[in-house]
Ligand binder design. Structure first.
Ligand SMILES: O=P(O)(O)OC[C@H]1O[C@](O)(COP(=O)(O)O)[C@@H](O)[C@@H]1O
Ligand SMILES: [Mg+2]
Ligand SMILES: [Mg+2]
Length: 338
């Protein structure tokens, strides 16, 4: 019988980040500590999501809404508290912006660090009762030179983010991360409680075969969207139509798009002129990841990473994924804006 070789050397997320840190002599190690706090938050939320039914964490928090008007779920509130506590106690954060808090949270002196973290603690939470994949999305900015850490430090475009990532809580917990030099994916090994490098150097294919959009909004779409999605379903003779996949959890829809290619969209429409998704903690981090994986992210008119947030909860239209697919959308927006 052949003996299976036991693995004795694994690349964990922490080891990977430390390797990166060593490449930059000036690095203080603060980002490594901050990313450890984020990892802890993700492991903690993953455990709660997995046991949600058994711990009676399913359902609404009790009539509360967040600033965007979404009914808060118990797990939205718990996940938010988990991240705020983990981030604050890291001592590396000056400002936090969460989907679940109306105002930016300014960390008190003594615990204040030089980073700002914007996050959606539980994305796709309306799916939670049905056991569908949910996730956490986050982006990190450095506090501007000379600033003591105010809300202004996060009212910046995604092209100034230094780190972006998400953790998807599904059949396993998957962390996908960029430090600005490519994208890597890590899978949580529950046996040892560590994220292990499982998807090195993720690259989104230049063209895909899948589109992902809420087609229930078709009647509100502008002409560019109408023509674009129609063209995917009714391609010219000899070409195959695209397949439709829409989970309704941005993290899960984007994860599939990064791995398989194609396009994910939440466009502007006659009902919502900026779409639904929030710029700071949904669109910008996902656009950063997509570009780092070789894909593109546009509002239709401009690069998502160049959009400056007016407020911390501003919304932004988005089309992201395979470069060639996104460029088809850009061409149609140009055609109809003439
Ligand atoms: O139900 P809709 O309108 O298609 O919206 C789905 C979108 O809303 C979101 O659920 C919003 O996220 P939250 O659950 O964090 O509010 C995205 O994850 C998803 O892409
Ligand atoms: Mg969300
Ligand atoms: Mg959310």
């Amino acid at each position: 019988m052949s003996e299976e070789k036991v693995t004795t050397d694994i690349i964990t997320l922490t080891r990977h980040v430390l390797d990166e840190q060593r490449k930059h002599k000036e690095a203080s190690g603060d980002l490594t500590v901050l990313l450890n706090a984020i990892q802890l938050g993700c492991k903690f939320v993953a455990a709660n999501v997995r046991r949600a039914r058994l711990l009676n964490l399913i359902g609404l928090a009790g009539g509360t809404q967040n600033i965007s008007g979404d009914e808060q779920k118990k797990l939205d509130v718990i996940s938010n508290e988990i991240f705020i506590n983990a981030l604050r106690s890291s001592g590396k954060v000056a400002v936090m912006v969460s989907e679940e808090d109306e105002e930016a949270i300014i960390v008190e002196d003594g615990l204040k660090g030089k980073y700002c973290v914007v996050f959606d603690p539980l994305d796709g939470s309306s799916n939670i009762d049905a056991g569908v994949n949910v996730g956490t999305i986050f982006g990190i900015y450095r506090v501007a030179e000379g600033s003591s850490g105010t809300v202004k430090d996060v009212l910046r475009p995604g092209n100034e983010m230094v780190v972006a990532g998400y953790c998807m809580y599904g059949s396993s917990a998957n962390m996908v991360l960029t430090l600005g030099n490519g994208v890597n994916g890590y899978t949580l090994d529950n046996a040892i409680g560590e994220f292990i490098l499982s998807h090195p150097n993720i690259k989104v294919p230049s063209r895909g075969k899948i589109y992902s959009v809420n087609e229930g909004n078709t009647k509100y779409w502008n002409e560019a969207c109408q023509e674009y999605f129609h063209s995917l379903k009714f391609p010219p003779e000899g070409k195959n139509p695209y397949s439709a996949r829409y989970i309704g959890s941005m993290v899960a829809d984007v994860h599939r798009t990064l791995l398989y290619g194609g396009i994910f969209a939440y466009p502007d429409d006659k009902k919502s002129k900026n779409g639904k998704l929030r710029l700071l903690y949904e669109c910008s981090p996902m656009a950063f990841l997509t570009e780092q994986a070789g894909g593109k992210a546009t509002t239709g008119h401009k690069r998502v990473l160049d959009v400056v947030p007016e407020t911390i909860h501003s919304r932004c239209p988005i089309f992201l994924g395979s470069k060639d697919d996104v460029e088809d959308v850009e061409r149609l927006y140009k055609k109809y804006s003439k």
